[in-house]
Ligand binder design. Structure first.
Ligand SMILES: [Fe+2]
Length: 199
């Protein structure tokens, strides 16, 4: 099938992307990679078909050899690897989580809303290939949350009939008072659509 892609090509490509991110990041930046549902497939494939060797480790190494932490050489790249999908999360700032994502709602924005309503914190997620931002504010209890669906940069993988994926990414910042905010940046017709003045 068209989407029976080569696992080795995926590992090599993922490593290249992470290396590019590192090169583009400011010196000394904290680099974090979050495990997603697709990242678990090599390990779970091994567990279901070759249980005895799925978790095999190099001598003296506590990390399984077939883990993405080892296959992507994340330690060498300097990335902090957060696993335990779907619960794995990175707290960008107090009360603002980055997760891969596990909920799927039909329309852009609905998943972001479901995340913040269920978790009670601000959340940026991927997983659903849409780009959206929603807010949830209740001044009486001092609540001001935002939920972001971060778009993807995937091409058509062949498993959707008419992929309605939004392309782009999310940028974020932490203000002096410790509050975190994010904005979705879209990639349309081969161009990043930043707000005017952003670079
Ligand atoms: Fe996913």
């Amino acid at each position: 099938m068209k989407y029976d892609t080569d696992a080795q090509a995926s590992i090599d490509g993922y490593h290249r992307i992470l290396a590019d991110y590192k090169q583009a990041a400011p010196k000394g930046a904290e680099l974090v990679a979050l495990e997603g549902n697709h990242d678990r497939r090599i390990y779970s494939y091994g567990v279901s078909r070759a249980y005895n060797i799925a978790a095999i480790r190099a001598a003296g190494d506590p990390i399984p050899a077939h883990s993405l932490q080892r296959l992507l050489r994340l330690d060498e790249l300097g990335y902090h690897w957060i696993e335990d999908y779907p619960r794995g999360r990175f707290e960008i700032a107090p009360g603002y989580w980055a997760i891969h994502g596990y909920k799927v709602r039909k329309n852009a924005g609905e998943t972001a809303w479901a995340n913040i309503a269920d978790l009670g914190v601000s959340v940026v997620c991927g997983h659903i290939h849409t780009g959206a931002k929603v807010h949830h504010t209740k001044p009486a209890i001092g609540l001001s949350l935002e939920g972001i669906e971060s778009p993807c940069m995937c091409g058509d993988q062949g498993y959707e009939i008419f992929p309605d994926w939004d392309h782009g990414f999310t940028v974020g910042w932490v203000d002096d008072d410790g509050r975190c905010h994010g904005e979705v940046v879209r990639w349309i017709d081969g161009k990043l659509r930043y707000p005017r003045g952003w670079r």
